[in-house]
Design a protein around this ligand. Sequence first.
Ligand code: ADP
Length: 497
Amino acid sequence: MEEQENQTVEARPDAKCKIAFVGSECYPFVKTGGLGDVMYALPRALISQNCDVRVFLPKYRCIPEKYREKMVYRGSFMMDLCQDGRSFFVGIMELVIDGVIYDFIENEEFFSWGNPYTDLYADIPKYSYFSKASLAAMNYLEWTPDVVHCHDWQAALVPIYLKTQFAPTPVGRAKSILTIHNLRFQGICGIPHMKYWTNIPGFVFDYPGMKQNADDANMMKGGLAFADCITTVSKTYAGEIQTGFYGERLDDHLRYHSGKLVGIVNGIDVEQWNSETDSLLPANYTAADAIEKKKANKLALQEKLGLEQDENKMVIGLISRLTNQKGLDLVNAIFGNIVDANTQIVVLGTGDHNYENSFRYYEGVHKGSVCAYISYNEALAHQIYAGSDALLVPSLFEPCGLTQLIAMRYGTIPIVRETGGLKDTVQPYNESTNEGNGFTFFDYDAGALFDAVCRTKDVYFKERDRWDEMVVRDMGVDVSWDKSAREYCDLYMKLKG
Ligand code: ADP
């Protein structure tokens, strides 16, 4: 993908609305999961809907030099933050790529670490600073958005700041949306710690605002209360988080705010994820030649990862953060039953050491049939999407999930648990009508997953014509942002009034 950097941005006097994105990660600068993809793809999709969009991000040290060196200084100022009245430096460094303006908030004290996330003791001050500095930067740039669209707990203070300290300032006119990409992470710490760093007025800490219990404050909870609108990344997850099982102890809070809660499913950037032009693939393909060319990708993948090279073996991929959210306990329980003389498994991921080690163990036991690539590797991810036959996504919960969308786009059949966005995006294969896009199961149970894998293998090994039809069908599914970007646009217009 050719990026066009630092082009001049034409003023958009006819733009429908002005939207500020505030979030903690964004591809290609820094990405640890799906949030990074959304922060990249949705602004681009909104620009084609004629919205004026600026993305505010921390200027982490881990951002590749090739981007850092092209950033342009837009100004700096000092800002107060915490209760002791200290002043903090805020630098604004700007980069324009493909028409999207990225404003990076610079501060050595907070963003000098390699990775975006460290631990909550460091992250609470860091993201309090970032949320406040982003709003202050909008005022400094004299750019007042109609809507500030905040993402996850790291930006959840923004709706609170907008309605308190920033209310009398220009940006205080903006409405706010808080999108929940993953409710599990909420930004919780002791009330004195939170009060000290945010200097937010005391009333915000009263129930039903930020206060979590007698001792703790919860950024996500406070943000949800103060935001003008809450969205999450699929309709099913929007319903699930209002239940005790999925609600991460905020289900009652979300039921209370359900009148302003909307589910809008994520898409993927179909230029970034395009098997026809993807320069990381050994063999590019379209739906017309996918069946043959995917075999070439499979052979190259097998060779690269030290697996037995055989185009007739089924390759099942798993690309994931290695955490219990991702259903890895189920995978572990039946790993030895899935691998066989005709089936190989490729795992790409990092995370909890117990999962990393168990996958390494299985690689040792099934040499030549299993690869556990314990790392974060963007290029290899592309090659696994292209070279696998099926992709496993058996999540315990999955707000939206992007890997199943990317898999379908690359003609790789998803095997998913029916939860959150997985349920909303993968239509189960129906053998009577020969319709559907993947194999699904409902119960969070290793036997149910095994059953789904067996059904997958049955079609792959015994009904290859039908399998191939599904590969082509999946590549035709609309996984783009078009429809969802229109839904966001409608929401912005409604809020703008
Ligand atoms: P989550 O945000 O919960 O991690 P998603 O399915 O929404 O899960 O998004 C995951 C994104 O991160 C996808 O783009 C996927 O390809 C990518 N990804 C996950 N793990 C890795 C890895 N180890 N190497 C490269 N890409 C990865």
